[in-house]
Design a protein around this ligand. Structure first.
Ligand SMILES: CC(C)(COP(=O)(O)OP(=O)(O)OC[C@H]1O[C@@H](n2cnc3c(N)ncnc32)[C@H](O)[C@@H]1OP(=O)(O)O)[C@@H](O)C(=O)NCCC(=O)NCCS
Length: 184
């Protein structure tokens, strides 16, 4: 396994809103993200409101900013749809700054969030939904150790077309095995 770049996850700040807004203007970044069917998907004010809800934790999201080794804000990662009874939750991730794509930052941020989810939130399974043609993301998830659970038919309405999504998950025991093989 290769060396992953070091990332830090931190609580969101209201000042993150402008970068988030700019990233969401990029069609390539948002193509596979579950966002409203309009462009831009969110106004500056809506973005600010969303970040505020994440900070106050009124929307059920545990969302964190991803920072690179120099503290540069490069994206976000979250856990949501917590099922406390059955100990699972859904993960979402985006590296908003495209210059950071394909260098291991996504994997590194995911690893941090999975670790947090399995230890701090005591989850047993962390799942996700990914559009079937988002090959880059699917390959990252497989590399992380995610396993396919099944196809969710016509699960996302994307630009007027219903697209299937793949549901994948990783169990705590699988993550712990994977983590031991991933060097810093
Ligand atoms: C999907 C996404 C989060 C993946 O993050 P990423 O940082 O681009 O990708 P990864 O960290 O997984 O790294 C992927 C590639 O980098 C390579 N890599 C990993 N660590 C590396 C390192 N230290 N040095 C060099 N390359 C490295 C991997 O081999 C992999 O290459 P491959 O795709 O050819 O197998 C990101 O592309 C993204 O934000 N996309 C837009 C939003 C989105 O689609 N989100 C997911 C919705 S379900």
């Amino acid at each position: 396994m290769f060396h992953l770049p070091k990332v830090t996850l931190r609580e969101l700040r209201i000042t993150d809103a402008e970068e988030r807004y700019q990233w969401c203007l990029d069609e390539e970044v948002i193509k596979y993200l579950n966002m409203p069917e309009k462009y831009p998907p969110f106004s500056r004010d809506e973005t600010k409101n969303w970040i505020e809800m994440c900070i106050k934790k009124t929307n059920g999201y545990e969302q964190r900013a991803i920072l690179d080794q120099d503290g540069v804000h490069i994206g976000w990662v979250d856990l949501k749809n917590f099922d406390r009874l059955n100990k699972h939750a859904e993960l979402g991730i985006a590296i908003g700054d495209k210059r950071y794509w394909g260098k291991g930052y996504g994997l590194s941020a995911m690893r941090e969030m999975l670790d947090y989810g399995f230890t701090y939130f005591d989850l047993n399974k962390i799942w996700l939904r990914v559009e079937v043609d988002n090959e880059k993301a699917i390959s990252s998830y497989k590399r992380m150790g995610y396993v396919e659970e099944g196809i969710l038919r016509q699960d996302r309405l994307r630009k007027g077309v219903f697209v299937d999504r793949l549901r994948m998950s990783i169990l705590r025991e699988e993550f712990n095995r994977m983590k031991r093989g991933m060097a810093e």
